[in-house]
Design a protein around this ligand. Structure first.
Ligand code: GCU
Length: 617
């Protein structure tokens, strides 16, 4: 183990061999020296968690006549990484429990004798001074990582990246890597015991080996300075404390060549004035090639600069009022009944967003993969990204709060250089209480300490129609701390219309921008029926419901945007109806086969009109 890791272990009171918890991944992994570990991995399904007592992470084979082992990684199940296990084997569709993944990292020239069918990755031995990290884009929901029989990392949280240093743990020849993944739901988890999406388990995003110099740029944040649209600010953090170290910033198109010096903690900042800056906007998603270099390492990125702000009850992008023509999608390819995880998946989802005429996506209900975020940036699609604090979270559990804070940190550190992200979401449909208000207030403070350049939002479902006052109201103190208040309201579905939709009035946080973050109803594609009967589950009912909601939204004085729930039908264990649902939530504007329902055209026409209205401003 390297000196710095030994020191860290000593400081933390850990033994040198104690398992080091995984840590948030270094920024912009895809711009670094990466080797993919994607592909087929050997796997063992372990429903009773016997893998640890059997020590299968040692991957032993019989050495004499009397030895035998009741496991082997070779010759059995192999699972595709990245990918959930539920969609790869019919017998795993509902599986919640432990699955072990394994592969061999073969270092150097010697080719070890490995069992037939072993999953192998050749790895060049780290050069002098070079460091090697194992990076996971996401593992749902918790995992332990073992290398050569030793547990080296643990991580909890199914939707954010983490890394563990392994260079000093590899030896020449065969290195056995095992990952124990468990997606069992628990009351102290985030999300907790029940949620309206499929609990896809597995190594669901890219896995990579990342090589860095001995000291490297661990994190950076490059964005418009708070005070000027002609000034950029760069904050950098090196991997180790190192005073006086020079880090260079180059943006060739802007003629920027600046250098900063780090302080004793290895941190440094600079601001640079630029003559003319093409700001990023949905209608003109301009990105600059950026290079950060230090000590022989150079990191490249494509970064856009824009300003998103609130002015009274308006949302402004680069000083211009914008109406948020949003839509939501889960990280799921319905045709594959599995997690979306590749650039091609991102392309499919975002091309349907573009076809609808949307300029924003609420990435429901968790940070989605980096391919989707980066492609949205290239396409000019604003993003709302949130951590999965969804309904029944145990706000009085200190451990749960620690997990929420780690998830928020991992999400913001991964994506704060991604200008498409305009909103950080901190909760969905939580109810006022002292523990919840305190928990979320502290979470908001953490978020703003990491990134004060974006708008903070949460989705509420405690807006009610009050017959006495004849309007919709909400009473939730936490809402006052947010930049934008979002409301999930299913009028015409979970709540019948109290009167003609066009006559309904809202008075909800009227001093803040308000967004309708979810509305809609279910329809089975191709099923036609009475537009006035919810239980028809018909396209006509969903079509009329959307039109009725749009009529009501027209009277919300502080409305800044809407986001129909949801782009595609999606898998959910909540949805039992044997004909209309079959384990699918049917609120999609498109079916699980990607076929457009009648309601799709209602939203498309509304967005087209909004877009023309915006272009006339
Ligand atoms: C809630 C929740 C969604 C859910 C939706 C529904 O508003 O936020 O995650 O899918 O309702 O009931 O369809």
């Amino acid at each position: 183990m390297k000196l710095h890791a030994l020191l860290a272990a000593a400081l933390l009171g850990l033994s040198a061999t104690a398992p080091l918890a995984a840590r948030p991944a270094m920024t912009n992994v895809y711009g670094r020296d990466c080797q993919s570990l994607n592909g087929k991995w050997a796997a063992i399904v372990d429903p009773y968690d016997q893998g640890v007592p059997k020590e299968i992470f040692l991957n032993r084979t019989p050495q004499n006549d009397t030895e035998f082992f009741e496991y082997a990684f070779e010759g059995g199940l192999r699972l595709e990484v990245p990918g959930d296990w539920n969609s790869q084997r019919p017998e795993l569709e509902y599986y919640e429990g432990t699955v072990w993944y394994a592969r061999h990292l073969v270092v150097g020239e010697t080719v070890p004798q490995l069992p037939e069918g072993a999953c192998v990755t050749p790895v060049a031995a780290p050069r002098d001074g070079e460091r090697l990290f194992l990076y996971f884009g996401a593992v749902n929901y918790r995992c332990n990582v073992y290398l050569n029989g030793e547990k080296i990392a643990a991580h909890e949280g199914g939707f954010t990246p983490f890394e563990v240093e392994i260079g000093d743990r590899l030896h020449e020849g065969d290195n056995f890597l095992a990952v124990e993944v468990n997606n069992r739901r628990t009351p102290d988890a985030i999300p907790a015991l029940a949620f309206d999406w499929w609990n896809y388990g597995g190594i669901t995003r890219d896995v990579m080996l990342v090589r860095t110099p001995d000291r490297y740029i661990r994190d950076y944040f490059l964005h418009l300075d708070d005070d000027s649209d002609r000034r950029l600010r760069l904050d950098v953090e090196l991997s180790e404390p190192a005073a006086g170290t020079e880090v260079a910033l180059r943006i060739p198109e802007l003629g920027v060549e600046e250098t900063l010096r780090t302080d004793a903690q290895g941190r440094g900042s600079l601001t640079v004035d630029v003559r003319k800056l093409q700001l990023w906007a949905p209608e003109a998603p301009y990105l600059y090639d950026v290079e950060l270099s230090y000590g022989g390492e150079s990191l490249t990125d494509r970064i856009g600069f824009r300003r998103i702000a609130v002015d009274g009850t308006k949302v402004l992008v680069n000083g211009r009022e914008v109406f948020l023509r949003s839509i939501s999608f889960h990280e799921e390819i319905p045709q594959r009944r599995g997690r979306a995880c590749t650039p091609a998946d991102a392309q499919m989802l975002l091309s349907e967003v573009r076809a609808l005429g949307a300029n924003m996506v609420r990435l429901a209900h968790y940070p989605q993969n980096e391919h989707t975020v980066r492609m949205a940036e290239e396409m000019g699609i604003l993003l709302w990204e949130e951590i999965p604090i969804w309904q029944g979270i145990d706000f009085s559990d200190a451990g749960t709060e620690d997990k929420a804070r780690e998830m928020l940190r991992e999400m913001i550190v991964r994506d704060r250089n991604r200008c498409a992200i305009g909103f950080w979401g901190v909760a969905n449909e939580t109810r006022p209480s002292e523990p919840r208000d305190a928990f979320l207030t502290r979470l908001l403070e953490l978020g703003k300490s990491l990134d004060a350049s974006r708008l903070y939002v949460a989705a509420f479902d405690n807006v009610y129609y009050k017959p006495g006052s004849d309007r919709f109201e909400m009473h939730d103190d936490f809402a006052q701390l947010l930049d934008v208040v979002a409301v999930n309201k299913y009028m015409g579905w979970y709540a019948p219309w109290p009167k003609d939709p066009s006559e309904l009035r809202w008075e909800v946080c009227t001093d803040k921008p308000l967004m309708i973050s979810e509305f809609g109803g279910e329809a089975l594609y191709g099923q036609h029926g009475d537009p006035k009967r919810a239980s028809s589950w018909s396209e006509e009912y969903q079509e009329r419901l959307c039109a009725d909601n749009l009529a009501m939204f027209a009277n919300i004085p502080n409305l800044v945007g809407i986001s129909p729930w949801i782009l595609f039908d999606f898998r959910s264990p909540y949805r039992f109806h044997p004909v209309n649902q079959e384990g699918w939530n049917r609120k999609g504007l498109l079916s699980d086969r990607g076929l457009r329902k009648k309601a799709w055209y209602v939203i498309r026409d509304f967005y087209q009109a909004k877009r023309e209205e915006q272009s006339r401003k």
